[in-house]
Design a protein around this ligand. Structure first.
Ligand code: SF4
Length: 185
């Protein structure tokens, strides 16, 4: 195994352990904390139950139970989609965001900011390349950051999704999307 692969394995194990510890500290199961973190970063095409099931590779039943717990604990709220009849978007409450701020997700962000001082562009590009390659190998849906999607369009001062033709708010362009498609190599 090449050293970079060993490092990635070690990072994955550390993050996994932190998720378990943080979840226990907050009285949650690890998957419940992970779903909360996912929803904090999912764009408006990806913040509903079926997208959660696809992202984690879990059943709709497990998603439904998980979301039920998060909702009862006041960590998320459901918001009906004004244009798509039965669809509901899932948003973090202030309590949900505060819980996440006191968990592995914020420590990982701090660590990444420190690493960014070393070489921000090559670190992000390298990690993105590994992620895309693994998703291709495993035939997984390619959730990834909107700005690096083949459909992402910059138009004057604004942004647009070339797949849906809808305008994108700047903050949406930094979130992850279930419709993400890799640019051609
Ligand atoms: S540009 Fe791509 S990633 Fe962004 S919203 Fe559209 S499909 Fe999703």
């Amino acid at each position: 195994m090449i050293p970079a692969a060993t490092l990635l394995e070690r990072l994955a194990a550390l993050i996994h352990q932190s998720v378990r510890d943080d979840a226990a500290r907050h009285g949650l199961l690890p998957i419940q904390l992970q779903v909360l973190a996912y929803l904090a970063h999912a764009n408006h095409y990806s913040d509903f139950p079926i997208a959660v099931a696809e992202y984690f590779g879990i059943t709709r039943g497990t998603v439904s139970q998980t979301l039920g717990v998060l909702e009862r604990k006041g960590l998320i709220v459901k918001q009906p989609d004004s244009r798509h009849g039965k669809r509901v978007h899932l948003h973090l409450t202030q309590s949900g965001q505060e819980l996440l701020d006191d968990s592995w997700a914020s420590r990982l962000t701090s660590a990444l900011k420190e690493a960014r001082d070393v070489d921000a562009v090559s670190l992000e590009e390298g990690l993105r390349g590994v992620l895309v390659a693994l998703q291709r190998q495993n035939d997984h849906q390619a959730f990834n950051v909107c700005r690096h999607c083949v459909h992402f369009l910059e138009e004057g001062e604004g942004y647009r999704c070339g797949l849906t033709s809808e305008p994108l708010e700047p903050e949406q362009t930094l979130k992850i999307c279930r419709e993400w498609t890799a640019p051609k190599a």
